[in-house]
Design a binder for this molecule. Structure first.
Ligand SMILES: Nc1nc2c(c(=O)[nH]1)N[C@H]1C(S)=C(S)[C@@H](COP(=O)(O)OP(=O)(O)OC[C@H]3O[C@@H](n4cnc5c(N)ncnc54)[C@H](O)[C@@H]3O)O[C@H]1N2
Ligand code: MOO
Ligand SMILES: [Mg+2]
Length: 418
């Protein structure tokens, strides 16, 4: 085993993974099932929107020219000749000083060119008066003002949010092409691990990484496929990973990536003929994260230590899996923040500190979420982001400017920049 691993910078590590990933194929789903998926085609407007000139207000549709010269002293009177509720239209030709009673959303008949709100009139029986002149087009949503037929309105690669679902419905896309979601296999390794309901015999701990990763996937609207816990046995692990390769698009393992006697994962990937992208990153926690590619399948060897596992997932698995899923904004946004606590320990590696992010006075504040070693699990629970502290010879103090990764946000960015 190579004990002297060479750490690479975290941004380079992210690039090495993401650059190797290709989006999966596309499939067709119903628009009602499309929320949270990624568009696999450019969405084009199938018609102008609005499709017809429509009233933007409840009131009266008039010929603007008939209101010319109106004022408080010279109110101009109109006769109401027909009603146009939403969903109907009228081909009646207005004559001078005639008007339609029209409701919001109704097509403005050809012969009218302005809408007067009820509040701008004084009504009496079948007539009303106005005290100002109206311009052609007033209170009318013009055909095609939002978009024209043929325009690309939502590009391929976009996350389908509720607005995109509404857009599909607007243009009559009952079905839509979306990228296939990767099937992600999760394998927690370690002879010390037991399932949640098993007794804690001496030396045993409960598997927390498995359920955590499942939830990290869910946060990205992805399903994971959980495999049974596997002991630190090379042959058994190899057999299990081979089995998984036939069933999934990506494999996330946790544990067994360091240099211990029973840390088998790096050797195992090698035995499978995978290309190792890196096995040491200049970051804490998660320095021993080992990622390999076997043809198109990424093998994410995340560290067993919970905070390292969590961080490795957010930095590497998140963007890679989102890219597989066709997403064009794959990285958690990184914002400038004010450090709201001391972090005095200097470290040569970039530190990723689970943090509570808060917003006050137009500023983002970030405070370390308590016990923050690589083996910490409870600080992850209290965190809603990760503070990034560049490596160096000094620590950081309350009030320092820092960067934070907004891991809890549902929208992301196209580039990873620190
Ligand atoms: N001689 C060296 N020793 C270690 C180094 C090193 O560079 N040289 N790196 C240390 C660092 S940093 C980390 S992080 C860990 C990484 O260890 P592994 O990824 O090999 O993971 P394990 O050895 O399997 O487990 C580490 C730790 O995490 C616990 N664990 C494992 N799986 C789970 C799980 N599913 N749920 C909860 N907790 C889990 C495990 O019991 C261990 O305590 O290596 C250092 N050593
Ligand atoms: O991988 Mo270890 O978490 O750097 O502490
Ligand atoms: Mg180990």
């Amino acid at each position: 085993m190579n004990l002297n691993r060479t750490p690479i910078p975290v941004t380079e590590a992210v690039d090495r993974v993401v650059d190797r990933i290709r989006p999966l194929s596309v499939e067709t789903v119903s628009h009602t099932e499309s929320y949270g998926r990624i568009l696999g085609e450019d969405l084009k407007a199938t018609m102008d929107v609005p499709l017809f000139d429509k009233s933007a207000m409840d009131g009266f549709a008039i010929r603007a020219e008939d209101s010319a010269g109106a004022s408080g002293e010279n109110r101009i009177e109109f006769d109401v000749v027909a009603e146009v509720p939403a969903g109907s239209t009228s081909d009646y030709e207005l004559k001078q000083n005639e008007a339609f009673r029209i409701m919001t959303g109704a097509p403005v008949p050809e012969s009218a060119d302005a809408v007067v709100m009820f509040e701008q009139t004084r009504q009496a029986g079948n007539t009303f008066t106005v005290r100002k002149a109206f311009e052609a087009g007033e209170n009318i949503a013009i055909r095609g003002e939002e978009c024209k037929e043929g325009e690309v309105i939502v590009p391929r690669g976009t996350f389908i949010n509720p607005g995109a679902v509404a857009t599909l419905a607007t243009f009559g896309y009952k079905h839509v092409k979306v990228y296939r979601q990767p099937v992600v296999g999760i394998l927690a390794t370690g002879s010390e691990l037991v399932d949640i309901d098993a007794p804690l015999e001496p030396g045993k701990i409960r598997n927390s990484n498995g359920p955590m990763i499942l939830s990290q996937l869910k946060r990205m609207n992805m399903e994971g496929r959980m495999y049974a816990l596997e002991a630190d046995d090379f042959e058994a692990l190899l057999a299990r990973v081979k089995e998984m390769l036939g069933e999934v698009d990506a494999i996330i393992t946790t544990g067994g990536v360091s240099v211990g006697d029973y840390d088998h994962l790096p050797k195992l990937y090698e035995a499978l003929g995978a290309v190792e992208l890196f096995n040491k990153v200049g970051m804490r926690p998660g320095s021993v994260t080992t990622i390999s590619m076997l043809e198109g399948t990424p093998l994410f060897g995340l560290s067993g230590n919970p905070s390292a596992c969590y961080t490795g997932f957010e930095l590497f698995a998140r963007p890679a899996l989102l890219k597989m899923m066709g997403h064009d904004r794959i990285h958690a946004p990184i914002l400038d923040a004010v450090l709201d606590g001391d972090f005095k320990k200097a470290n040569p590696f970039t530190r990723f500190v689970r943090a509570e992010i808060d917003y006050r006075d137009g500023q983002v504040y970030a405070s370390p979420a308590g016990f923050n070693k690589s083996n910490a699990v409870t600080s992850i629970a209290r965190s809603n982001g990760i503070i990034v502290l560049p490596g160096g010879t000094r620590g950081y103090e309350k009030g320092d400017g820092v960067q934070v990764m907004m891991t809890d946000m549902t929208t992301g960015t196209t580039r990873f920049e620190l």
